[in-house]
Write a protein that binds this ligand. Structure first.
Ligand code: ZN
Length: 160
């Protein structure tokens, strides 16, 4: 278990700080056993900064691969995760609504003196996981061909 870094979000943004985390499955408490971390490594890059319009933000980038069970063929596959999200920091609750109005498709967080980065990364990781994991089209182990019987053994086989 790594030492869990705690950041002051506004200070982190204003100073343009950066944190790279190398996390393992034991660092995550809410990740279910169905999602096994491939190579047991999740890399997260967290960067603070100020937008041109003056809004402070925290960017979070997650690089990992999680083993998932395809819900169509029940085969295992590695889901590559390469996600990047920006969180605008609001210093007060009422600013959250304001920012949501001004900016489209943006995440907001309320400023915190003590944000647990590991938990923040875990929140984001859980969000990018699909509700229903599926292979890419055509990559299932026993693809079902539309129009064909899924019953591979014909009941008439062998009958004469
Ligand atoms: Zn599949």
């Amino acid at each position: 278990m790594i030492k869990r870094p705690i950041i002051d979000t506004l200070e982190f943004a204003h100073k343009g700080q950066h944190q790279t985390l190398q996390l393992r499955s034991e660092d995550f408490s809410r990740l279910t056993e169905e999602s096994m971390i491939v190579n047991d490594t999740v890399q997260a890059n967290v960067t603070g900064g100020i937008q041109e319009d003056g809004k402070p933000f925290v960017d979070i980038e997650i690089l990992s691969a999680l083993q998932q069970t395809c819900q169509r063929c029940l085969g295992l596959f590695d889901l590559q995760i390469n996600s990047r999200s920006r969180f605008i920091i609001a210093s007060r609750e009422d600013q959250l609504v304001e920012i949501a109005h001004e900016e489209q498709d943006v995440n907001t967080i309320i400023a915190e003196k003590e944000l647990d980065l590991v938990s923040f990364v875990e929140d984001e990781l859980l969000l990018v996981l699909p509700m229903v994991p599926l292979h890419q089209d055509g990559e299932c182990e026993s693809p079902q061909i539309p129009g064909e019987s899924t019953n591979l053994i014909s009941p008439f086989k062998g009958l004469r």
